[in-house]
Structures are given as structure tokens and as C-alpha cells.
Design a protein around this ligand. Structure first.
Ligand code: AMP
Ligand code: ZN
Length: 114
């Protein structure tokens, strides 16, 4: 499958990894939108939030746990941060392998409005 995040999981593409366990990987975003911008992905290929199946919900919990750990490790836990998931066309999703963004390191703008 031609999926850039699967290639990061299996080492075919490089990434600046911050956290990895059996379920998830977290790495620096290649085009940061904030001083801290981390991408957190499941190792399993799930295309988007629309494709999460009942058996996958523990993976979503693990993605959030990784965000908490990485935020602490990068020193932004106290100052605060945002996690975000873009789903589908209107959500602005560009990579169709499920991921959460972890953003922080500065006061973030309010969420986008239409
Ligand atoms: P989205 O628009 O929610 O699909 O976000 C995809 C994110 O993946 C964007 O913020 C990209 O900058 C980031 N991205 C794409 N390719 C890579 C890569 N090879 N390494 C790290 N981040 C990437
Ligand atoms: Zn994938």
C-alpha cells in the first residue's frame, strides 16, 4: 500500500521519532504549524476516524496516552496544548492514515470557523 505513514511505521521513510510502542508512533511534523507540532499515528493502517472499528477504540486511547506522554517530555504539559484530528475533505485531511496532531509551544489561535 502506498501510504507515507505506513512507510514511517515500517522504516521505509525517515522520521524524527519521539515515542513508540507496540500500538502507536509519534514523530515531529515535517511542516510544523506551531513551535511544537507532533503527529501521532497508530501502527495499524486505519484510513480516518470514519474507519475506526469497534475493536480499534483501545488504539484511540493509546494515541491520546502518547499525546500526554510526549507533551510532558517536550515540556508543554503545563503551558498547554491542543490535539486535533482532521477527518475527510471538510476536515482538511491530507494523509489518509489516521493521525492526531499535537500542537503547542505558543498560544494557539482559536479553532477555525467556517
Ligand atoms: P492532515 O492534513 O491532518 O492529513 O495532516 C497531515 C500532516 O502530516 C501534515 O501536518 C504534514 O505536514 C504531515 N506530514 C506529511 N508527511 C510527513 C512526513 N513524511 N513526516 C512528518 N510529517 C509529515
Ligand atoms: Zn497507512
Amino acid at each position: 500500500m502506498d501510504c507515507i505513514f505506513c512507510k514511517i511505521v515500517n522504516g521505509e521513510l525517515p522520521s524524527k521519532k519521539l515515542f513508540e510502542n507496540d500500538v502507536v508512533v509519534a514523530f515531529h511534523d515535517i511542516n510544523p504549524a506551531a513551535p511544537v507540532h507532533v503527529v501521532i499515528i497508530p501502527k495499524k493502517h486505519i484510513a480516518s476516524m470514519n474507519d475506526v472499528e469497534d475493536e480499534d477504540w483501545p488504539i484511540i486511547a493509546e494515541m491520546n496516552r502518547a499525546a500526554q506522554v510526549v507533551a510532558r517530555e517536550l515540556g508543554i504539559a503545563e503551558s498547554g496544548y491542543r490535539t486535533a484530528n482532521n477527518c475527510g475533505k471538510n476536515g482538511g485531511q491530507e494523509v489518509f492514515h489516521l493521525h492526531n496532531h499535537l500542537l503547542g509551544g505558543a498560544k494557539l489561535k482559536p479553532l477555525a470557523s467556517v
